[in-house]
Design a protein around this ligand. Structure first.
Ligand SMILES: [Zn+2]
Length: 396
């Protein structure tokens, strides 16, 4: 019996994806969810033999012979990790025996799975340096809501040898959910104020957990408007280890960087010098080019303007696909900030016009030294609007 097989009541088997099977085995700690028996060895002989089985909570089909199959859960979701539990073969026979379907109903089995997996995670989490705290930020982007379910997060983390903890999760099942805030499609000033306030409110919880040393590694899954992500970055403590999982543009939702990708470098250039050395603005032309002529007149007429862009290639949305690419971007960004610190002392604030992917937006905020460097005034643009408008300041 291979680990990816799910066994039915008559011994017939279904195969589930390896990642799903691994999720269930890992969450159950290799022990039976009901009797806690260790499933890689026989109790009596000590012989190493796998006696674990993946079992459906809601039966895999709606046919009358399928245990608990007469349930509202859509059939296509029944082979998910949430609907599978790890059992020894004895307990599996028990829960699938027709006379016991009412005893082991769906709610009972889900409760058993939840408490077993919580206990395993707590015990195996002791001294566990591979634990990471999940931080999901879901907003709307130009009217389109973002999907970020926990199983795709878990799959991405397991692929990176990390185990999720969800201690930042709120009552709405998300760590930070901006999707209910009105005014996003029109970029109303009230939207930016509400998004900022909600973000800061929820990040207080993270800061508390970091201070208590309950969190030392964070994995960020964020899709929201770029100004929100820059602001998010400013709150991710420099001392904290942070991995960013960008959404990859593939057919189905996959999170995380590619291992391999074309190397990419970035550099900044002085586009034009202004009259007042303390006024300086930045264009970040990474995923697209910022047209200097679309800048608002209060910036265009007076500021010295720098542009950060890829070296020897054109800006495109798919430019930063690897961690190395993001590191290159972060380095170029820090260099530009240092240059501005030296050449433009006393700048009260820096207007920034970012055409960047989400991971780079977070890096922009994260590498800003809030105590020493001027706040960023982040501008954005609607797809069909002619010019840029102010959204959020990183000023604390
Ligand atoms: Zn058992």
């Amino acid at each position: 019996m291979t680990a990816t097989k799910v066994v039915g009541p008559k011994g017939e088997t279904r195969t589930v994806p390896e990642a799903v099977a691994r999720h269930v085995w890992v969450a159950a700690g290799g022990r039976c969810t009901i009797c806690n028996r260790y499933l890689l060895a026989d109790n009596v002989t000590g012989q190493e033999v796998s006696i674990g089985q993946l079992a459906h909570i809601v039966g895999w089909s709606t046919a009358p012979g399928s245990p608990r199959g007469d349930h509202e859960l859509p059939v296509e979701q029944r082979n998910s990790a949430e609907n599978l539990m790890l059992l020894c073969h004895d307990q599996h026979r028990v829960i699938d025996h027709k006379s016991l379907w009412e005893v082991f109903d769906v709610d009972t089995l889900r409760a058993l799975k939840r408490s077993h997996e919580e206990r395993i995670r707590k015990l195996t989490g002791l001294g566990h340096e591979k634990r990471t705290t999940v931080l999901r930020v879901a907003g709307n982007i130009h009217g389109r809501p973002v999907e970020l379910n926990s199983s795709s997060v878990t799959t991405a983390l397991l692929a990176n040898n990390r185990f999720p903890d969800w201690i930042l999760r709120g009552a709405d099942e998300f760590e930070i959910d901006l999707r209910a805030i009105p005014g996003e499609p029109t970029s109303s000033p009230a939207y930016w104020a509400a998004a900022r306030s909600h973000l800061e409110d929820r990040l207080m919880h993270l800061c508390t957990q970091v201070r208590k040393e309950a969190v030392n590694h964070v994995s960020v899954f964020a899709l929201a408007r770029i100004p929100v992500l820059v602001l998010l970055g400013t709150y991710l403590d420099k001392m904290l280890q942070v991995d960013i999982y960008p959404k990859r543009r593939e057919g189905k939702t996959v999170w995380g960087f590619d291992d391999l990708g074309a190397p990419v470098r970035f550099s900044s250039e002085l586009l034009r010098a202004g009259n007042d050395p303390s006024r300086v603005a930045i264009l970040c032309s990474i995923s697209g080019s910022i047209d200097i002529n679309r800048l608002p007149s209060e910036v265009l007429d007076s500021h010295t303007i720098y542009e950060l862009r890829p070296t020897a290639t054109l800006p495109t949305p798919e430019l930063i696909t690897t961690q190395a690419g993001l590191d290159q971007f972060s380095q170029a960004w820090r260099t530009l900030l240092s240059t501005i610190e030296v050449d433009h002392p006393g700048a009260p604030a820096i207007p920034i016009f970012p055409a960047v992917p989400p991971a780079a937006a977070i890096a922009i905020g994260r590498h800003l030294l809030r105590a020493a460097q001027p706040p960023l005034h982040i501008y954005d643009r609607e797809p069909n609007s002619p010019g840029y408008f102010f959204t959020i300041s990183t000023e604390a």
